[in-house]
Design a protein around this ligand. Structure first.
Ligand code: WE7
Length: 173
């Protein structure tokens, strides 16, 4: 006899795709500037490409500093100017993330160092930890922290995220 499926199983819960076979977690220091932009840009691209249901897409922080916060207002304005909205709240990367995500893509060398240190505490961790900038066709490897920067710095982050997310999606389609 088969177990009846609960109605809840049929619906998308939170950010989880209905039948996700691919997964990516975007990570930066506080999860309020760079990684929420990358997450929102990638979700829009995957939606437009008709593959968003195949993906689990999220973002997180290496630090616990901003947990629960909305993205930086400058980042939200930058996204809104491109017709993109997000209701993301900052969260810290967990040990589970290293088991449940196939890709963890981060922004700079400090993120990479912090993530590798955290991954070391997770036995048999699965996630491939990489710089998002490694996918940039223009080869700008580092996506710099715009926290103490200007609106133009946020625009630059957006442009880098767009180039990298497009290439990452193509490489995994
Ligand atoms: C940032 C930040 C960013 C810097 N988002 N914060 Cl005052 C602080 C302290 C520890 C962790 C975090 Cl997240 C924060 C707030 C949030 N993108 N960037 N701080 C930052 C940048 C350069 C030099 C020093 C800091 C703290």
């Amino acid at each position: 006899m088969s177990t009846p499926m609960a109605t809840e199983d049929l619906y998308v819960i939170g950010k989880m795709a209905a039948s996700s076979s691919k997964s990516v977690l975007f990570v930066c220091l506080g999860n309020i500037c760079r990684s929420p932009i990358a997450e929102a840009v990638f979700r829009k691209m995957a939606t437009e490409a008709g593959v968003v249901d195949k993906w689990l897409i999220d973002s997180g922080a290496t630090s616990d500093w901003n947990v629960g916060c909305l993205p930086d207002a400058r980042g939200l304005a930058c996204l809104k100017g491109r017709g993109i909205e997000t209701a993301h709240r900052a969260r810290q990367v967990t040990k589970d993330d290293f088991m449940s995500f196939e890709f963890i893509l981060c922004m700079d060398e400090r993120n990479l160092r912090d993530l590798k240190k955290k991954a070391n505490d997770v036995e048999n961790h699965q996630a491939k930890i990489e710089l998002l900038g490694a996918y940039d066709p223009q080869k700008q490897l580092i996506i710099k922290d715009p926290y103490y920067g200007s609106d133009e710095d946020f625009e630059k982050v957006y442009e880098q995220c767009q180039r990298c997310c497009r290439a990452f999606l193509e490489a995994n389609s």
